[in-house]
Design a protein around this ligand. Sequence first.
Ligand SMILES: N[C@@H](CCC(=O)N[C@@H](CS)C(=O)NCC(=O)O)C(=O)O
Length: 194
Amino acid sequence: MYKVIGTTKSRAFRVMWTLQEMNEPYEQIAANPRSEEALHYNALGKIPALVDGNDVLTDSVAIMTYLADKHGKLTSPAGTVARAKQDAMTFWLIDELDAILWAAAKHSFVLPEHLRVPAAKDALKFEFEKSTAHLSERLEGPFLMGDTITLPDILACHCLNWAVGAKFPRVDDKLFEYAKSLRSRPAFQATAAA
Ligand SMILES: N[C@@H](CCC(=O)N[C@@H](CS)C(=O)NCC(=O)O)C(=O)O
C-alpha cells in the first residue's frame, strides 16, 4: 500500500486527494514539515513524500504525475498534444498560484523573523488577483482541461483553498463555484475528513 508522508493541511493533501480520486488505498503518516519524521523520508525535511515499495518520491506535483501515469487516470497520456497542454496548465499553476502563495507563506512564518517583509504580501496579492482572473477566463468547461477532471484541477483547487486560509483576495463567482464543486466531490471530502 502507498504511504503518504505529510499532514492533511499541507501539500500532502493534493497527493491524498489524487489517490482518493483513483480509489487507491494509502496510509498517511502525518509528519509536520522539517520534523524528524519528514527528514527521515526527505533530506530537505519537506513534505509531501510518497513511499511506493522501496522507493521514496518527493514533490507533490511529481508524485501526482507519477500516480496518474502509472494508473492511467486523471491525465491525458504522456506524449500527446493534450498532455502537453495539460502540463502547460500545471506548470502555469505552479508559477502563478503555488509560488505566489508560497512566497507569502515565507514572509508570514517560514523565513526567520528578521528577514520577513510583510509589505511583499501586497504585491503577491496583486499578482494573485491577476492570475486568478486569467484562470477564470481560461476555464471553459466544468474542468480546466474540459469535460473530465485532471491533475491541474486538483492543484488549482488546493491553491484556491490555500488562498482562502492565507486571507488572499476573494476570487470571482465563476472560480468560486468551480472550486466549490470540486470540494463537494466525495474524494475531496474523504481526504479532508482524515
Ligand atoms: N514543491 C514542493 C514544495 C514542498 C514544500 O515546500 N512543502 C512545505 C509544506 S506544504 C514544507 O515542507 N515546508 C518546509 C520547508 O520548506 O522547510 C511540493 O510541491 O511538494
